[in-house]
Structure formats: C-alpha cells, structure tokens
Design a protein around this ligand. Sequence first.
Ligand code: NAD
Length: 436
Amino acid sequence: MDKEVTFTEDLDSSNIRIKQFDRARRHLADLKQGLIEFLCHPKRSICVSFPIEVEDGSIRTFQGFRVLHNNSLGPGKGGIRYHPDLDLSEVVGLAFLMTWKCALMNLPYGGAKGGVVCNPKELSEVDLRHITRRFISELGDNIGPYTDIPAPDMYTDEKTMSWIYDTYDIMHPGRNNRPVVTGKPISLGGSFGRHEATARGVLNATEHFLNKSPLNGLDDLDGATVVIQGYGNVGSIAAHLFRQAGAKIIAISDSQGGVYKKAGLDLIALDQHKQEQNTVVGLLDTTSVSNNDLLTLECDILIPAAIGNQINQNNVEQIKARVIVEAANGPITPIADDTLLAKGIPVIPDILANAGGVIVSYFEWMQNLENEQWTYDEVNEKLRRKMDKAVEIVLDCHKTLIANQDDDKAVDLRTAALVVAIRRIADVTLSRGIWP
Ligand code: NAD
C-alpha cells in the first residue's frame, strides 16, 4: 500500500479545469469576456439522494449526480462513475472535460458526467442493479437520446448500461430508446469495438503522435518501454494493444499496488493472476512497486489509466518517462504540467488521448438511430481516422501558438487542444445567437 502523502496544491477537480481553461484563454484574447464566463459554469447540476434496501436487509441512502456542462454542440454525453470518493466538484470537472473532448473530436455533443457515491467492491450485483435503476428513475427526463446520453466510466460497465437502458425503456415505452445510453452489450445495440475503444484510441493517438512528432529516435512503438497505472478496462486493454504493436510493458498497477519486470511482463500470466487474486500484485517473477514508485520508473511511455491527480507537485520532479499519454481523466495537476513542460516531457492530454471511448459511443448512437450494425473493422478504421485527424489538428495548433507568441513562454499540448475545442464551442454559441 502507498504511504499517505500531503498536498499543498489545490486538487479540486473543478478548480483544476478552470486553471487549464485560463491558460488556454491567454491565446483566445478575441473571445468576449461574457462568453468565457458562460463556459466556466456548468449549465445544469443535478444532485439526488435515494434509499436502497441492500441485500443484508438494511436501508442505505445513496447520493447521485448528473452534470450537463454545455450543450451548444448537441445533447450531453458523458460517463457514469461509481466511486466512494465521488463528489459534485469532481463530476463538474469531468463534465467540463467532456465538453472540450467532444468539441475537439468534432462530435455533435456537449459535455456531461454523472455518478453515484458508492463502493461497488462492497455491494452485490443485485444492490448495484437497484442503485442504477433508482438513480436513472430519479434523473427522469434529464437524460434521453436527444438530451443527455450516459456511458460507462470507472466501476460501471456493459451490465450497468443494460440496466440504464432497461429502466429508461420501461419509463418511455413504445419507441426506439437504444440511443439513450452507449457502451451497451452488442446484443442490446452496443457497437463492435466499443469495449476496447478508449484503449485503442490511446494506442492510435500515441502512434500518430510519435510518427508526426518523433522524440529523439522514438518514432514508433517497436521496442518502446511502457508503464501503465491502472489495470481496469482502459489500462488492461491498452497493455495488450501496445504489446501487440511491438512495445514492451515493463510495469503495471491497480489500486493495491504494482508489479515491475525490466525484461517485460507476461500479460497472459498477469491476466490469470489478476483473475485469481483480484490484483496484479504478487505476480511470479516480478518486483513489487508502489503506485507512486511505478509512476517514476524510467520508461519511454507512461500511461496513467486510473484516477485523477496522480502526477502532481509531490512526484513530478522524479518522472523519467519520455512522453506521458493521459488515458485517465485528469491524472496530471497544473503544477505538474508546468514542471513537465519545463523538463521537456510532452503530455498527450486526456481530451485527445482517451477520446476513443466517446468517439465509438457516438458511432454506437448513430447505429442505434438507424438500426444498423457496423463491422468491427469499420468501427476501428473510422476511429483511427478521427484520432489521427485530431492529433494533427492539435499539433498544428501547437505550432501556431508557439509561432504567434509575443513572449517566450512555452505552450503545452493540453493548451493547444483546449484552444481548438474552446474556439469551436465559442463559434457555435455565437453563430446560434445568444438566446433570446
Ligand atoms: P476501471 O474501473 O475499469 O479501472 C480502474 C483501474 O484503476 C482499476 O485497475 C483500479 O484498480 C485502478 N485504480 C483505482 N484506484 C487506484 C489508485 N489509487 N491507484 C492506482 N490504480 C487505481 O476504469 P476504466 O474505465 O479503465 O477508467 C480508467 C480511467 O480512464 C478513468 O480515469 C476514466 O475516467 C478514464 N476513461 C475511461 C473511459 C472508458 O471508456 N472506460 C473513457 C475515457 C476515460
């Protein structure tokens, strides 16, 4: 288990998003002040509390949130997370990210996020089903195929999405309700490729970034050493995809700690161990590392794929990776961003790197609206094209920002990605006209 650490920097999720936004504003001087103010606030935040009779017979109260940050480009889109530490500020911050992510990827969606404060590890499947159904019924018509469309996030999966669909469908009989939620099982209108879409997008973004912007001889994944924090949906699938692309996965962790092997981990043995022991820790022939030590290992590519604020003031100086790819949402704090920029370690930001999930969610939504089923190869090819295009747009914007600077302050890729996204939303907001 990791040691307890103390922080002097502000780790509040919403405040961090505002800080990142403020950095991008410096390059958007022509935007009206009022428009900036509008984009800093969520459009709608819903907080609900509800009782559930859990399997041991006791009655427990659960709290849930759904935040719609912006819907200028279209209905809200964003995951539903189940986590004991969830709070409204975190959900607001994650909804902000979804707004920028959808805009950057040119998807017809605004940003949203939601979740329930609960610990899925301590609840039975029946409890989780009851919590999901009650939460969705409490949200009522605040979600819907053309209003706000949930998806999976931490500790929610295809099963959770099936319950969401079923609950909504019972509440709205007699119409095609499949597009109300994405990340469903294939049998219920899910898309081929959705399950691994986020990890595949991480792979696409990394490969295209290295191809367009090589790092001192590192221009592809062949032989590249990779460290991954988190072995859930995104981290575990990314490990396999990067391995298949020729990389060597030297360390991996989950919430209980990590394992390291310089010669490269055996992922088949790791999967079996994780299935049997419920953790990666203790895999034969590996050295145990704490989550913090794992982040500071020497490697070519570091992929945080777990929770937020993992690379921060306390450990950023020790980071030795050559590039960081943010598979998780918000794994790097603003102070750490500054230090990484000064150290010359590029970061492929979350709104670009992990957008594969929402892109294939969009494909699922389109297929559901038209009652179509695209093939696996079709989905992956369309995803790759969208990821490649976004990487190129961000790199171009980055170059332009550097060329147009009137001071010599460095600019990171996160700022470039945000400038593209904010500019798109601002343009659409103004061309729609401020109501009334
Ligand atoms: P998941 O619940 O499947 O897996 C999370 C993993 O993180 C688990 O291995 C867990 O053990 C580990 N973890 C939890 N707390 C940790 C800690 N303190 N230290 C180290 N590891 C810890 O979640 P996921 O769907 O893989 O999502 C992971 C991240 O990717 C999240 O930040 C999520 O918001 C982001 N993301 C997910 C998707 C998606 O489609 N699933 C899309 C975009 C972004």
